[in-house]
Write a new protein. Structure first.
Length: 163
């Protein structure tokens, strides 16, 4: 099953680097009124491409990645030729049902979320940790430096020399 909530563009981008159909993640939704009442895990597949790029690929991740970018990081991290670089993602992949309340207020309830391809790691608890952690501080960015991008460029240059 490929749920449209994940957006076909995510799967298409992942497919660009994927030679074997694989589980990118699982989708799970509330299945009842209880806190732990969930539906069965529904696999979200990353289809294979017969003309996939098979060289090394770097994907930059960080604490500001949530929802679609976090879903992308989760799915693409299952592809062996992809290396994620940066920091753990935000841990916010939940789809929220928003209800209007009196007085122009709203109330949101998570109704579904993602589980990693290992079928046990809930993304909203663990986020997507990078393959290579690179520390980046607010001070770095204020000084006009992006340590994650700098590292990724050095990494890519090293990969190009080996590939």
């Amino acid at each position: 099953m490929n749920d449209d909530r994940f957006g076909s563009p995510l799967g298409e981008v992942c497919r660009t680097f994927n030679t074997v159909t694989r589980i990118g993640c699982f989708y799970v939704s509330r299945g009842g009124p209880g806190r732990e009442d969930f539906s069965e895990l529904q696999p979200i597949l990353v289809s294979r491409s017969t003309d996939a790029y098979t060289g090394p690929v770097a994907v930059l991740t960080g604490e500001a990645n949530w929802y679609l970018s976090e879903q992308f990081a989760c799915m693409v991290s299952e592809i062996p030729t992809v290396t994620t670089i940066g920091d753990t993602t935000m841990r916010r992949t939940d789809w929220i049902a928003v209800y209007n309340l009196p007085g122009n207020s709203t109330f949101g309830i998570p109704e579904s979320t993602m589980v990693r391809a290992d079928s046990v790691t809930w993304v909203h608890e663990a986020g997507i940790p990078p393959d290579i952690f690179v520390d980046a501080t607010e001070e770095d960015f204020l000084a006009g430096r992006d340590p994650v991008l700098e590292y990724a460029l050095e990494w890519a240059e090293g990969q190009a020399n080996r590939w």
